[in-house]
Design a protein around this ligand. Structure first.
Ligand code: MRU
Length: 348
């Protein structure tokens, strides 16, 4: 059972995902700045895992605060939230978790709690965020598993597994685990996911740990395999879903969705409601992270491209809602028109 981030009395524990699949090393992060660096530097990654980590980062920063004055404590919490909020821009789970922890703080303060009581309340809420995330993935696995037919080959992009969430299930990989738990035979095709190779390094490793059959391909092979009838469903996760059902996910997802449409293959998105951003009317408003071009020009220290050439490194793209067959959340399966179906899930 994979749980990539944990709370301990020594600090926040993170499985260093930069080293997988060759090394399984846990880091103990002792300050909120360490947690922010861990998110920025991809020690932890994947939208729900980033949200859980940010919540623990705030609880850790609160715990380390020295003093009794409420105004100083409040300033410190605001500052911690600001630092964590600047780590990665696309995954809305980060901002969702920060907002929730801020609301928890405000409520406790309004109730007249002391600094030390609020420290404990923030820690409890960060643990609750983590537990609720795992429970959401369990429900996504159940609802999504029902959509997968027996004897299916499911293609996935990036890593939307236990490693990318609070743990145990994952979103896209949760759907696959759910189908298998329902007695179906399922195997997986994992896109390697250039340039950061989350598919090759993380999805292949995670499925292999659970003995789920997985075949690794390069990103440019999926069209060929779909054309041959080798894929029955595509399931991906998401970093932010707009109110109209446009889906931001790892770069290359849009390409896969277009191919799936061309070959009449269902394209499912699995994500908790903490990934749905009703404040973003469409995908146009979703900020897209651009990362260090070295991820493309180099493989470790080996140069792959001429020095000084122009390079783009967009980390995410947006798949328009008309390419999305269904969005699976902890509340069930939402279908078009998503503006209504997603809003309804928040109301239920
Ligand atoms: O850059 P990453 O590795 O954080 O990107 C992760 C993804 O794009 C995942 O597909 C997404 O966060 C969903 S994780 C359940």
């Amino acid at each position: 059972m994979i749980i990539p981030v944990k709370w301990s009395d020594e600090g926040v524990l993170m499985l260093d995902q930069r080293l997988l699949p060759t090394e399984e090393k846990w880091l103990t992060l002792k300050t909120y700045n360490d947690v922010a660096d861990g998110i920025r530097d991809m020690v932890v990654r994947g939208a729900p895992a980033i949200g859980v980590s940010a919540a623990y980062g705030i609880a850790l920063g609160a715990k380390n605060f020295v003093g009794m004055a409420m105004t100083d404590f409040e300033d410190e919490i605001d500052y911690i939230c600001e630092v964590l909020g600047k780590t990665r821009p696309t995954a809305v789970n980060l901002f969702w978790a920060i907002d929730r922890m801020k609301r928890t703080f405000a409520k406790a303060k309004a109730e007249g709690k002391s600094v030390s009581e609020i420290k404990q309340i923030l820690l409890e809420d960060s643990k609750a965020i983590h537990e609720e995330d795992i429970e959401s993935q369990r429900l996504i696995a159940q609802f999504g598993g029902e959509l997968i037919e027996n004897d299916s080959v499911v293609l996935t992009h990036c890593n939307a597994g236990a490693l990318a969430t609070g743990g145990v299930w994952g979103t896209a990989l949760g759907v696959i685990r759910g189908a298998i738990n329902q007695g179906k035979t399922v195997s997986v095709i994992a896109d390697e996911t250039r340039p950061y190779l989350q598919g090759a390094r993380l999805t292949a490793w995670e499925l292999d740990q659970d003995d789920i059959p997985v075949t690794l391909i390069t990103d440019n092979m999926s069209g060929h395999i779909m054309k041959k009838g080798g894929v029955q469903a595509v399931v991906v996760g998401s970093d932010r879903i707009a109110a109209n059902g446009d889906v931001a996910n790892k770069i290359g997802t849009y390409m896969v969705a277009v191919l799936a449409k061309r070959h009449n293959i269902p394209f499912y998105v699995a994500a908790p409601l903490s990934t749905v951003d009703l404040n973003c009317p469409t995908g146009e408003e979703i900020p897209i992270e651009e990362r260090d071009i070295r991820e493309i020009t180099h493989l470790k220290d080996i140069r792959l491209a001429p020095e000084g050439i122009s390079v783009s490194n967009y980390a995410f793209d947006v798949t328009p809602n008309d390419l999305v067959t269904a969005i699976i959340t902890e509340k069930g399966v939402a279908r078009a028109p998503y503006t209504e179906s997603l809003r309804k899930q928040f109301e239920d």
